[in-house]
Design a binder for this molecule. Structure first.
Ligand SMILES: N[C@@H](CCC(=O)N[C@@H](CS)C(=O)NCC(=O)O)C(=O)O
Length: 202
């Protein structure tokens, strides 16, 4: 299997899970500034022109959540939850894309990606709007995490890797993690995983 990635948010999910599971993948670095994700060869794998992409014997998968799920199932790992938790996983993954990481991701884009790729100054209006929503949705996440080790209960799943993915950048992206102690505690727990802290190949 080959995992095409760059050192950015969505590939981070797939790389962290691959590393955590010790999946038999070859990591292939894709340079976004050089436009390597827009070549005809890359677009043939992912017509969206985005990373991550996983190729395997049976085909090609794009979308980071799907790649995490594929790797977890291929490994027979608990990271893919038991059947009775699948709806709960779907709920949090949907919520995350539309609400939580949608807005923490805006802060990540403004404060991390813009300076990293030299694509303009921080937009204060975007930041103000996103920060309001981040507080709103972080409060919901904080309540849910009361009395729970991980998002779906006692077992770490790909749901944690998805919903938590902006938090390693909390300080740099001005995500107000300190205001939400249960979220911070949960993230401390994720930080105990070497693959969470260091998902990308050297
Ligand atoms: N929903 C996709 C998003 C992928 C995505 O936006 N990847 C970014 C890097 S984090 C990318 O490839 N950006 C390059 C571009 O859009 O030109 C996923 O979760 O895999």
């Amino acid at each position: 299997m080959k995992l095409y990635y760059s050192d950015t948010l969505n590939p981070r999910k797939a790389c962290a899970v691959a590393r955590h599971l010790n999946s038999p993948v070859e990591f292939v670095s894709v340079s976004l500034p050089k436009g390597e994700h827009k070549t005809p060869e890359f677009l043939a794998m992912n017509p969206n022109g985005k990373v991550p992409v996983l190729t395997h014997d049976g085909g090609t998968i794009w979308e980071s959540n799907a790649i995490m799920g594929f790797l977890a199932r291929a490994a027979g790992s608990d990271l893919w939850p038991s059947d009775d938790k699948l709806v709960e996983m779907l709920r949090w993954l949907s919520w995350d894309l539309q609400h939580f990481t949608r807005y923490t991701g805006t802060l990540y884009f403004e404060y991390v990606i813009k300076p990293k790729f030299g694509i303009g100054p921080v937009d204060p209006e975007e930041v103000e709007e996103a920060t309001g929503y981040v507080r709103k949705y972080s409060a919901i996440l904080n309540d849910h995490l009361h009395g729970r080790k991980y998002l779906l209960g006692d077992t770490l799943t790909i749901t944690d890797f998805a919903v938590g993915i902006t938090l390693p950048y909390a300080e740099q992206a001005y995500i107000p993690l300190g205001e939400f102690p249960e979220v911070a505690r949960w993230h401390d727990r994720l930080n105990e995983l070497p693959a969470w802290r260091k998902p990308f190949p050297a």
